[in-house]
Ligand binder design. Structure first.
Ligand code: SF4
Length: 127
């Protein structure tokens, strides 16, 4: 089991199952796949920047695609000190989106992945 299980709102058991995800995704006709080059030495900072970028993209697309929905490239790290694993509530629940892999989405089934690259992937669904 992933070591973030139960520790972020973006991760199981707080996200839909892969079956629910499959049904939900079938509603969307388009999605953008984003690939971000990151500095692995600054992983948490870089991932936070990516997450903020994706939330900004949602806002940008909202007018044209009112059901736009971004997925995070991994566990949520919007806050410097996440209180969930200490048994407290999420500080920004309206901003958290599920992590791509938490929903059972395999990036390798969408694109060729070079595992030697320092990158993060994410999807933004448009409808
Ligand atoms: S928004 Fe903050 S409190 Fe909520 S899951 Fe993300 S890091 Fe934790």
């Amino acid at each position: 089991m992933c070591n973030m299980h139960g520790k972020r709102l973006s991760c199981p058991p707080f996200v839909p199952s892969w079956r629910e995800t499959k049904e939900w995704i079938s509603f969307y006709k388009k999605a953008l796949l984003y690939k971000f080059s990151i500095d692995m030495d600054e992983f948490e900072i870089e991932k936070r920047k990516v997450i903020e970028f994706l939330l900004d993209k949602e806002k940008e697309f909202f007018k044209e695609y009112p059901f736009v929905y971004a997925l995070f490239p991994g566990s949520c790290n919007l806050c410097l000190d996440c209180p969930i694993e200490k048994g407290h509530e999420c500080l920004k629940p309206t901003l958290v989106r599920p992590a791509l892999d938490a929903l059972g989405i395999e990036v390798t089934s969408i694109t060729d992945v070079d595992f030697s690259e320092s990158v993060l992937y994410s999807l933004v669904f448009l409808e």
